[in-house]
Ligand binder design. Sequence first.
Ligand SMILES: [Zn+2]
Length: 476
Amino acid sequence: MKSLRRLCLILLLPLTLHADDAPKPVFLAGAATGDVTAPLGSSMNGGFQDREATHVHDPQLVRCLALDDGSSRIALVLVDSCVIGRDIFDEAKAMIEKTTGLPASHLLMSATHSHSCGTMQAVGQSDSDPLYQRFVARRIADTVRCATQNLEPAQVAWGVGSVPQHVFNRRYEMKEGGIPQTPLGGTTDRVRTNPGVGNPLVERPAGPTDPEVPFLAVRRADGSPIALYANYALHYVGGNGPGHISADYFGSFARQIADRIGAGGGLPAFVGMISNGASGDINNVDVLGNPERLPPYGQIERVAGDVADEVARIYAGLDWQDFAPLAAAHHEVVLRIRKPTAEEVENARKTMAESATAPRMETLEQVYARETVLLAEFPNEVSAPVQVVKIGAVRLAAMPVEVFVEIGLEFKEKHPGTTVVSLANAYHGYLPTPRHHALGGYETWRARSSYLEVDASTKLVEVLDKMLAQVGIGEN
Ligand SMILES: [Zn+2]
């Protein structure tokens, strides 16, 4: 009996000791950037017509923040680009897994949605150079590897700012006669996207906006900043010089926030980041107001400066922690594609033949006819990756689409601390809700920029709801 009790003590003792004396896990953070600026002469996407890069105003960068809580390691990656297809992301992830052991599920990669960058994915009439795509994948992988090699003990904090003056819902209900024919034929639209400043037929916006700027910050014990990852539901700003490569306000924010929080010039360099939130229907055009005309980059600097000011204001009062638990989960959701009928494809070919500048399409009708022909070659369904990353009380819900703002607001209400990261891990066009599909408008017009089934948002949200519940809400 006595020996049995002793045995029990021996068995229990190490466990008890372990719980009391176990060293506290050390939270680590590391950041890095890599340059993916396209060569001059390259295609730049983001418009219906292709554009040629003739000048580099500011570089296209890969920005990476790696975090490690002792048992999990994750990396947040942002790439200055309009959109990025799954091939590039998957190629980069495979290289990263090989060199660092980090699994794809723990890598959140997204495009910023700058409309003044080298084409990484074919949209509109822009096509990408496969050699450039391979280079980008490699450079993403190298940047993540460098960020993990820069990991060092860090403190972590998060906050939420608000910048309401720069976000506008760009879809409007219109007065009688205010909605033109769609380029696919017919007048079924009940809203008009980008009706133009001062348009007298504008009635009211067809949806809300989200002014919040949630962010996550990491710093060293001496207070010097390592990186800051923010998020804002704003499509992009624009107003660049002609033919200029530029990271738009995403790049300007990165530079300005470094100044505001005194990041200094030491190495490894501080990395500022701002990802694209649920901004599928949100832009920076004050249609109902009287916006000031600024020189090139004037509006970009203004928006980025205001967002940086607000983040810096909240940053000054952050509650810094020595530790935050990390978790990540990934799922695939199979969605149907809205394919054109054989008759639609035949009519589209006739419309394309009318272009006097073939193979370049001139009119919007011809551009959408070409999209119809290209979509006919798409598969009937696609597997869309969704991902949840947890960092303390922060939840990032990553979606491979341009998410409408109502979807982002719904997540924030149901799962406090949750932020949508759009254009993540793949690219499958716009994600309107079923209500917005019924309203029509540019974002719903069938093209390679909008092809998922009408119920796609319902299906993606349902899966993400479950994933967010699993990682625990409000726990940190
Ligand atoms: Zn867009």
